[in-house]
Design a protein around this ligand. Sequence first.
Ligand code: NAD
Length: 733
Amino acid sequence: MTDFTMEKGADGVAVITWDVKAKSMNVLTRAAYALVDQLVEDALADPSVKGIVLTSGKETFAGGMDLNTLATISAEAGDDPAQALFDFTMGGHQILRKLERAGMDPKTNKGGKPVAVAITGTCAGIGTEIALACHRRFMADNPKAKIGLPEILVGLFPGGGGTTRYSRMVGAMAAAPVLLEGKMLDPKAAKAAGLIDEVVAPDQLLVRAREWVLSATDAEIVKPWDQKGWKMPGGAPYHPAGFMTFVGASAMINGKTKGVYPAAKALLSAVYEGALVDFDTALRIEARWFTHILMHPSSSAMIRSLFLNKEALEKGANRPALPAEQVTKLGVIGAGMMGAGIAYVSANAGIEVVLIDATLEAAERGRAHAEGLLDKGMKRGKVSPEKKTQVLDRILATTDYAALAGCDLIVEAVFEDVAVKAEVTRKVLAAVGPDCIFATNTSTLPIGELAKASDRPEQFIGIHFFSPVDKMALVEIIRGAKTGDRAVAKALDYVRQIRKTPIVVQDARFFYANRCILPYVNEGIRMVAEGVSPALIENAAKLMGMPLGPLQLIDETSIDLGVKIARATKAAMGDDYPDDAVDAVVFWMAEQGRLGRKAKAGFYAYDDAGKRIGLWDGLAAKYPLAAAQPDLTQVQHRLMFVQTLEAVRALEQGVLTDIREGDVGAILGWGFAPWSGGPFSWFDMLGAPYAAARCDELAAEHGPRFACPALLREMADKGQSFYGRFGVKPQAA
Ligand code: NAD
C-alpha cells in the first residue's frame, strides 16, 4: 500500500503525498485511511518534524471516498452493518481529529505541529473533508479546478467531519450552497466561501505551504471550536438569528426535496443538533446521521444507480469485447433541433463533424445553434474565445454528401419518416467507406425497418439522444435484430467520447425510455378524463419525486407531438390500441389550440412571456371534477406503477438486458424519482409480494395495464428482489 508516502525534509517539514498509482484520481480506501493515520502519528511523534504538508502527487487532489468501500463494509458486516459503518465513520473522525489537534496540549492548546494542505487541483468529498481538518488550506490557482462536497448529489451528505467543520466555520446559512446543493467551487470562489485560505500560483504551492508551516504560531493552529467561548457563526439554533436560519432552512429543504431525499434532512439535523453541543459530540452526532443515511434504502439505491452503476455503464460494462473504436470524423444528417445538438456535443468533444441538411441555409442554422450555445458558455465564463473558434471550426455545414468521405460514424436525424430516412441512408452509404457505422436517432421507428435501406445491416444501429442534447446525459443505443457487435462497440465508444451515459436496449416499440414515459403522461391525462383534480395529479407526482407532473410534461413536449404519436401508435397497433380515453382529452386540447408551452396554452395557463401561471381553469368545464377524489397514495401508485411495470415488461421481453441500465436510464432519461434509485430499485423497496398484490388491486380497479407481469409474480412467490436476482455485486476495495 503506497497510496500515501511521507518524506521528511531537512527543514523539518514532513510532506505526505497522496498518489493512488492505479487510478487517475485519488480515492480513499479503508487501507489508505489506516496508512495516513500511521504516517500522521509518526510525524507527530518524531521530534525532528516541525510540521506537516499534505499534498497530492497528481494534478488533481482527490475524487473522494471510494464508494465501493462503504458498500463492502456493509456487505461484510454480517447482521450488524450499521455498527460496522458507524465504527468506520468514527474511526475516520479520530484520524482527522488527531491531525487537527496535531499533538497540542488539550488544556493549553499549545505545542501542536502545524498542518497545511497543498491542494493541487480538483478536490471533492473526503478529500475536502481531510483538507478542512488541516490548519491552513492552499490551493493552486487553476480556474478549471473545483473544490467542494458533492455527496448530497448521490444521496449522501459529508460524513467525514465536513458537515460539522464547514458549518462551524462559516455558519449554517453560508454553508448551504456547498453542503446542501453540493456546489463545486473554483479556487477564487472557494476562498470567498471560506473553504480554502489562499490561492497560490501552482509552482509556489508547496513553497508557500512549507513557509506557513515553519512560521505558524500556536494560536494560528487552534481551530475556533477548540477555543474557549466559541460561538456558532450566524447563531446556534436557540439564538434569535440562528432560529430564523434553521426554520428557513428546514422549509427550504422540504420545499425543494418534497421530503423524499432523506440525506438533505439528515444533513440539516446533524448541523442543528451538532450546533448545540461540543465539537467531539457533534462529530458523533454527524456519524450517527451518516450511518442512518448509509443504511437508508434510498441512499444505497441512489449510490448504486447514480454513482457505481452509472460509472460502470460509462466504462463499458455492456460493451462487446472488441478493439477500441474512436470516432474521428462524424457525419450528422439533418441539422434540426436534434442534429444541431448532436453536432455541437460531438465537436465539443474534439470530433470533426460534417453537418448536412437539405438546404445550405438549414445546415448553417444548425451550426449557428452550436454557436449560440458556445456564446452562452462564453457569457458564463465557461468557454474561451479560442475554444469557441476551435469547436466551430470542427463543424462543416454543407449539403454535399461527398464531404462525408472519411467519416467513420454517421448519425441521421432527419424527419421521422421511413421514406425520407431510407433515401438519406442510401445517399450516405454511397458516399462513405465500407467500415462506416450508420446510426439513426429515430425515436419511434423500428431499427430493423430502417436498416432495410442499408446493404450492411450489421453496421446499422440506433443512437437515440434526448432533447435538449447538450443537457441530457442519457443516450439509448438500440440494437436491431441484425446489428453486429462492432456497431454496438463503436456506438458505446462514441457516447463515451462525448461524455454521456449509455444504455443498450433491443429494438422494440419506443425502445426503453419513451416506452415508460408515455404511460406516465397518459395515466395523468386519463385521470383528468375521470374527473381527478389536475392539482392532485401534478402534486402527487412531485411528492413522489418526479421532476415534472404528467400534465406539465406533455405541455413541455407539446400536445401536437402527443397527437402525432397517438395516431401513429394506433395505426400500428390496430384493435389492441389501449389509449382511446387518453386521446379524447389530447385531441380535444389540440382542437382548442392548447398545444402546450410553445403555444402559451396547454394544461397550464401561461403569461405573455411564456411563464406558467397555474393550471388552466377552462379544463374543468369540459372535465368537471368528480365528487369523490382518490387519495394521494392511490394517485401516486397509478403514476408510478404504469412506469415501473413497463420497465419490468421491458426486462421480461429482453428489451432491457441489465436492470442497472433500466434504473440509470430511467433517472437520466426522464428524471424518474432519483431518490428511489430507479424503477427496479423502487420495486425492491416495496418488495415483490407487496408490488404484486398492488398490481392485482390496481388492475381490478383501473384495467389490465396494471396486470402483474409473470416475472414479478414469480419473484413475489419466491421472495426475490430484482437486485438479488439480477444485480451485480459490488467489487471489494
Ligand atoms: P427537426 O424537424 O427539428 O429537424 C429535422 C431536420 O432534418 C430539418 O432541419 C430538416 O430540414 C432536415 N431534413 C429533412 N429531410 C432531409 C433530407 N432529405 N436530407 C437532409 N436533411 C433533411 O426534427 P428533430 O426534432 O431534430 O428530430 C430529428 C430526428 O430525431 C427524428 O427522427 C426524431 O424522431 C428524432 N428525435 C427527436 C427528439 C426530439 O425531442 N425532438 C428526440 C429524440 C429523437
